[in-house]
Design a binder for this molecule. Structure first.
Ligand SMILES: Nc1ncnc2c1ncn2[C@@H]1O[C@H](COP(=O)(O)OP(=O)(O)O)[C@@H](O)[C@H]1O
Ligand SMILES: [Mg+2]
Length: 278
């Protein structure tokens, strides 16, 4: 008996014939239109990459499942065990992708309040303290003390900063200790001709190639063996939901990358005092 792959089995036969029928030009037209519209919207792009990404582990599950069925007939138990372990791993990968995507979409509407970006840096440094120490990262901060406020969700901003810091730490995992320097800066800036606050996260890691630079914000783009490739996509959507911007560039004065998170300024300048609660 030749096992039929699960995915194909799920489609009732008439539907399969319908999808595969090249003479059905109206269907094809409609399909191309859907694809075009889906590609034109960022959400559509995201949906397309999720579909692509989940198809990979599912395809591997089907292949390994079939291999198990074959191996069961020949009783190669160790190989069966290996294939089943691979099935479990791929299934976990697929469910991880779904969980992260869900988390991204379930994020409630930003709970906006006026805040100082420097305070978010302080929050994030406290939260990442262990991670930074464990990786022997030297942190240099340059936080202006008379910056305008921004309006936004503090937790979401922390998420952005923690993601950028984690990426910086990972980028510096292979460099000698003396080069493991993470610079965090806040300064006044401009966005579309209006006052803004700029947060920079700079590392001295390996950076990325010019081709990679265009892809780092794509959903599921990762160069790490166990990476998910959702971190920067998630940060970008937070920046956009706040009318801001997130960009990446290579450092001009040496190795490494700089990420810039730019948010429109609101309200009055405010002097920070050391006694203020975070
Ligand atoms: N600080 C950085 N230096 C160099 N490359 C980076 C940096 N941050 C992100 N990247 C690149 O962008 C990719 C996507 O990052 P991200 O969305 O956070 O996903 P992940 O960290 O899971 O790979 C990384 O895999 C890496 O190739
Ligand atoms: Mg990341």
């Amino acid at each position: 008996m030749v096992a039929t792959p699960m995915l194909v089995k799920k489609f009732p036969l008439p539907l399969r014939r319908f999808i595969g029928d090249p003479s059905n030009s109206r269907l094809q037209e409609a399909h191309s239109e859907i694809v075009r519209v889906a590609r034109a919207t960022p959400l559509g792009e995201l949906a397309a990459s999720i579909a692509h990404e989940i198809n990979q582990p599912l395809g591997a599950i089907v292949n390994n499942g079939n291999a198990c069925l074959r191996l069961l007939r020949t009783k190669s138990w160790s190989e069966v065990r290996e294939a089943i372990a691979a099935i479990v791993e791929d299934a976990n990968r697929a469910s991880g992708i779904i969980a992260r995507t869900r988390a991204m979409f379930n994020r409630s509407a930003p709970a906006k309040m006026q805040l100082q970006l420097q305070d978010v840096v302080t929050d994030a440094l406290r939260l990442a303290q262990g991670d930074l120490a464990e990786n022997r990262i030297i942190v240099l901060t340059h936080l202006g003390n008379d910056l305008p406020s921004v309006s936004g969700d503090r937790i979401q901003f922390q998420e952005v900063l923690l993601n950028l810091m984690r990426n910086a730490i990972e980028a510096m995992s292979q460099v000698p200790d003396e080069r493991r320097v993470l610079r965090l800066g806040c300064q006044e800036s401009e966005l579309n001709g209006k006052p803004a606050v700029l947060l920079t996260v700079q590392d001295r890691g390996g950076g990325f190639s010019p081709e990679e630079a265009g892809r780092v914000f794509d959903a599921f783009y990762t160069t790490k063996p166990t990476g998910m490739g959702m971190g920067l996509r998630s940060c970008l959507s937070i920046a956009e939901a706040h009318g801001g911007r997130l960009t990446a560039s290579l450092n001009s004065d040496g190795p490494g990358a700089t990420f810039r998170f730019l948010l429109p300024a609101v309200g009055q300048h405010r002097k920070r005092s050391n006694h203020e609660p975070n």
